[in-house]
Design a protein around this ligand. Structure first.
Ligand SMILES: *[C@@H]1O[C@H](CO)[C@@H](O)[C@H](O)[C@H]1NC(C)=O
Ligand SMILES: *[C@@H]1O[C@H](CO)[C@@H](O)[C@H](O)[C@H]1NC(C)=O
Length: 394
């Protein structure tokens, strides 16, 4: 069913584009995997971080450092010039890594632990590659295989924005590590959740860095009624004690979630996902720095007045972290669920206020929670995102 939808969406995109782009073969079960290489990108950055515990208004403190950012660079599986030179920079959310963008696994591994789940049914990287785009999915500073600085004073929103800005600057200059060392003409920024908060921050501070921005798992109205107890009720513990074999070297300001119920509620909308994928996702979960959480609460999303390129928000209709309304269907669900409201006037329509001078559009996959990339609608929604890119000339 889903591969059929993907083929249909791809054909639609090619028709609407009305240009010479051939519709790529898109059966995710049989396609060649995208050629991917793990790279390490050195960055040297300075940022004005928040003094913690935060005051109102916040006070700022300058921090600097040189760090290694681990990333996965994937070439397009199909060479559809000029997309070959349009790089998608993919930035994951809290408690994830670069693998969020490739079905919770490494696309270089065909089967077994580490392989992308579900034959690329959940891999944005694979979809983009089939459509002709190279991708760079990073482990954000302090996550995955990237360097882990002080999780309170250093690991905050402002320094993440500087790191991403520097990576994009290198991509345009052709100075990313080989084989990503070519001059990319255009940059598509795609974020998820905290990665989308950073995308908004990037659009505010460096409004020409992204030629197009896709913000997934975001709205202008965070659901604090859900998020504040979720973060604060003691389910996040020092990662080094949660799993000492995996995280023994981490400073105690790096935290991991210990409550499976809380994980399910924040990230998934029952019952529209594969239970085995959710189990894998919990087993593979990553960490979060205290400074990421606290700077997130101290620095709200801002209006990106000077950002004038296209922006597309794609957030699950039932995203517990971003949709403030109670779900009218909640009584049929095993736990309290949330709803972003009507398409024309709801939370995502109102999120346009962050982008007064941009071509703003939004889409809510209807049966999805926060991590819609791991729900049944993922592949169809990858198609929606890439149609939007196509319509916008990328
Ligand atoms: C700790 O991490 C290791 C390596 O990823 C994993 O095999 C193990 O199951 C984890 N232990 C617990 C208690 O989660
Ligand atoms: C786990 O989270 C759920 C949902 O927030 C909560 O009801 C429950 O009390 C938590 N369990 C523990 C052991 O903290």
């Amino acid at each position: 069913m889903l591969p059929t939808m993907k083929t249909a969406l791809t054909a639609l995109a090619a028709t609407l584009a009305g240009n010479a782009l051939a519709a790529p073969q898109t059966n995710p079960q049989t396609n060649a995997l995208p050629p991917c290489t793990n790279v390490v990108i050195p960055v040297t950055v300075t940022a004005n971080n928040v003094v913690l515990p935060a005051t109102t208004p916040p006070a700022f403190n300058q921090v600097s450092g040189t760090y290694n950012i681990a990333a996965r660079y994937c070439e397009p599986a199909n060479n559809l010039h000029p997309r070959r030179d349009v790089l998608q920079v993919l930035v994951h959310g809290i408690t994830y890594t670069r693998n969020y963008w490739s079905g919770d696994g490494d696309p270089n591994i065909l089967t077994g632990p580490g392989a992308p789940y579900g034959g690329n049914l959940y891999s944005w990287v694979d979809f983009a590659s089939q459509q002709g785009y190279p991708t760079l999915s990073i482990d954000r500073l302090g996550n995955g295989l990237s360097d882990h600085p002080d999780p309170i004073t250093v690991l905050q929103i402002p320094i993440h924005i500087e790191v991403i800005h520097q990576i994009i600057t290198k991509a345009r200059a052709g100075s990313l590590p080989s084989p990503a060392n070519r001059n990319f003409d255009k940059i598509i920024y795609a974020g998820h959740s905290f990665g989308s908060v950073l995308g908004n921050g990037l659009n505010v501070k460096y409004p020409t860095d992204a030629d197009a921005t896709i913000l997934t798992g975001l709205s202008a109205t965070l659901n604090y009624a859900f998020l504040v107890p979720w973060v604060g009720n003691g389910d996040f513990l020092p990662a080094a004690t949660v799993n000492s074999s995996k995280w023994s070297t981490l400073n105690t300001g790096y935290l991991a979630l210990t409550n499976r119920t809380a994980f399910n509620q924040a990230f998934y909308y029952p019952t529209f996902f594969d239970q085995a994928l959710q189990d894998l996702d919990y087993a593979n979960r990553g960490t979060v720095g205290l400074g990421e959480l606290e700077s997130g609460f101290a620095l709200p999303e801002q209006v990106a007045t000077n950002y004038k390129n296209p922006v597309y928000v794609i957030t699950g209709q039932h995203d517990a972290t971003m949709c403030p309304g109670l779900d009218p269907l909640a009584y049929t669900k095993p736990y309290q669920t949330y709803d972003c409201g009507p398409s024309g006037t709801g939370t995502l329509a109102q999120t346009k206020k962050l982008y007064p001078n941009a071509n703003y559009q939004w889409y809510a996959p209807p049966a999805s929670g926060h991590c819609w990339h791991f729900h049944s609608e993922a592949l169809a929604t990858f198609g929606v995102a890439h149609n939007w890119l196509n319509w916008n000339g990328f």
